[in-house]
Design a protein around this ligand. Structure first.
Ligand code: IMP
Length: 196
């Protein structure tokens, strides 16, 4: 049974959100907890590739069993862009406002507004690698709505809802989101596959 896993993140909110979903028999450690302050490369051209790069980096250099995630917004009318480049769509610096404004510009006049958030998680236990995925379908609206959340939340409405992720608040979002779905897959795997 795995009792300790590194989650390759320094985002305390993410760590808490994920620990909430994963059984507390598994203690999650952040990168700071293992004294890792490296700039871990995310140079792959797929979400799965980046998640694997991050997880392998930690496993190889720090020796911990570990998982890492990568998320992107995939817009049908833009051939799945911004996808793996979501954080830097409008340039380096992860400027959420600039990214959203660019997205709204690219979507001007497009009738097909279908989009999805997709999260890939790569898990490494001993020498085995596993991938998990979470997807939420929805659409990109034509203007920003709502203040909560981060990233593209103000311009994304999940299917079956009338509010954007930024309007619905974190409690509901964290129950239905791409990340929550991927983490639930991971949690199910951890609880049903006994590891030594
Ligand atoms: P990360 O892999 O979680 O760091 O996400 C990469 C980028 O995708 C972020 O910088 C955001 O632009 C976008 N993103 C990821 N998750 C969300 C979300 O839940 N809502 C809105 N945007 C997100």
């Amino acid at each position: 049974m795995v009792t300790e896993l590194v989650f390759a993140t320094n985002n305390k909110h993410k760590l808490k959100e994920v620990q909430h979903i994963i059984s507390d028999k598994v203690i999650l450690l952040s990168l700071a907890d293992i004294n890792c302050y490296d700039n871990i490369p995310e140079t792959a051209d797929t979400l799965e590739g980046n998640a694997l790069l991050k997880a392998r980096y930690i496993k190889q250099r720090y020796g911990y069993n570990c998982f890492a995630d990568d998320t992107g917004l995939e817009v049908e009318a833009l051939n799945q862009a911004p996808g793996v480049y979501s954080a830097r769509y409008a340039g380096e610096g992860n400027d959420a406002l600039a990214n959203m404004n660019k997205l709204l510009r690219q979507m001007q006049g497009k009738e097909n507004r279908k989009a999805r958030f997709r999260t890939a998680i790569a898990l490494i236990i001993d020498d085995k690698e596993y991938l998990f995925e979470g997807i939420i379908n929805g659409s990109v609206i034509t203007e920003k709505r709502g203040e909560a959340g981060f990233g593209y939340d103000p311009v994304f409405i999940p299917d079956g809802y009338i509010q954007t992720f930024a309007q619905m608040g974190s409690e509901l979002k964290n129950q239905i989101s791409h990340r929550a779905l991927a983490v639930k897959e991971l949690a199910t795997f951890l609880s049903t596959n006994p590891h030594k």
